[in-house]
Ligand binder design. Structure first.
Ligand SMILES: *[C@@H]1O[C@H](CO)[C@@H](O)[C@H](O)[C@H]1NC(C)=O
Ligand SMILES: *[C@@H]1O[C@H](CO)[C@@H](O)[C@H](O)[C@H]1NC(C)=O
Ligand SMILES: *[C@@H]1O[C@H](CO)[C@@H](O)[C@H](O)[C@H]1NC(C)=O
Length: 236
């Protein structure tokens, strides 16, 4: 392209971004791409009827109270990956009732409040890959009635309790690989759950003797459950 043409395109684009007041690109289907724009907040000048919003690779600040995205009730796709969101306050997404997909990968999230996902009754895909979650607060699943795909790969999960497993029973696709699972007797319920789902590639990090072994392939003796009668019949 000739330099003069380039200049022409640039001045057009620059003028556009001054007119619209945001650095994002919008397509005619209502998708806004704001990837990697050093944004602290979602631009409020975006049209309120957008259906997809990519805010990945920014520096978004999560409000202590209230909601993150007030002005976009039609959103069904929201990508917040690679923002250091750290702590998500309760009900922070509660006005995004149409949301189907939420990508929160690589956001350094260490903890999810019980009410973090309140109001997301239509959410089908929740991506929490590559965060620092150490445990799952059971009720955080409860509002997610339509959840189909939950990705918890590469977090810091060492164990998961029976109630969480029971709730995850309703979710057809759950990814748990890449966590530092501790394979002791408390992992028995997880082992059974993985075996029922024929889930492979979920491996132990500890104890050292079981490091790298597939959890689903272990038996209760491997897990150090010496007293079998500790388990009621329905577990096995
Ligand atoms: C959003 O609203 C604008 C103006 O009101 C309209 O031109 C556009 O088609 C709408 N987009 C969608 C995806 O509905
Ligand atoms: C979200 O954005 C990241 C980085 O731009 C991208 O790699 C990822 O595929 C997106 N997630 C989805 C579900 O589209
Ligand atoms: C995981 O997240 C960290 C930030 O918490 C990021 O620096 C790193 O690149 C991410 N890794 C992958 C494989 O996405």
């Amino acid at each position: 392209m000739a330099p003069s043409r380039l200049l022409g395109v640039c001045s057009l684009l620059c003028a556009w971004s001054v007119v619209t007041g945001h650095p994002c690109s919008l397509d005619h289907q209502g998708w806004a791409d704001c990837n990697g724009k050093s944004l602290l907040h979602a631009p409020s000048s975006l049209p309120s009827n957008i259906t997809g919003l990519d805010l990945s690779f920014n520096s978004l600040v999560v409000p202590r109270h209230g909601t993150l995205l007030m002005h976009f009730p039609s959103l069904w796709y929201l990508n917040l990956s690679s923002n250091a969101l750290l702590a998500l306050s309760p009900a922070v997404f509660s006005n995004l009732r149409a949301l189907r997909l939420l990508d929160l990968s690589s956001c350094s999230i260490t903890y999810l409040h019980t009410d973090t996902f309140k109001g997301l009754g239509n959410l089908q895909t929740l991506l929490l890959r590559n965060n620092s979650l150490q445990g799952l607060e059971v009720p955080f699943f409860l509002p997610l009635k339509a959840l189909f795909h939950l990705d918890l790969q590469h977090n810091a999960l060492v164990s998961v309790d029976a109630l969480s497993l029971q709730l995850m029973e309703a979710v057809p696709q759950v990814r748990l690989e890449g966590n530092p699972w501790v394979c002791d007797c408390a992992a028995h319920a997880l082992q059974q759950w993985l075996q029922r789902r024929q889930a492979v590639q979920v491996t132990c990090a500890l104890p050292p003797g079981l490091q790298g072994r597939e959890v689903a392939a272990l038996d209760s003796q491997d897990l150090g459950c010496w007293m079998k009668q500790r388990f009621p019949r329905w577990v096995s």
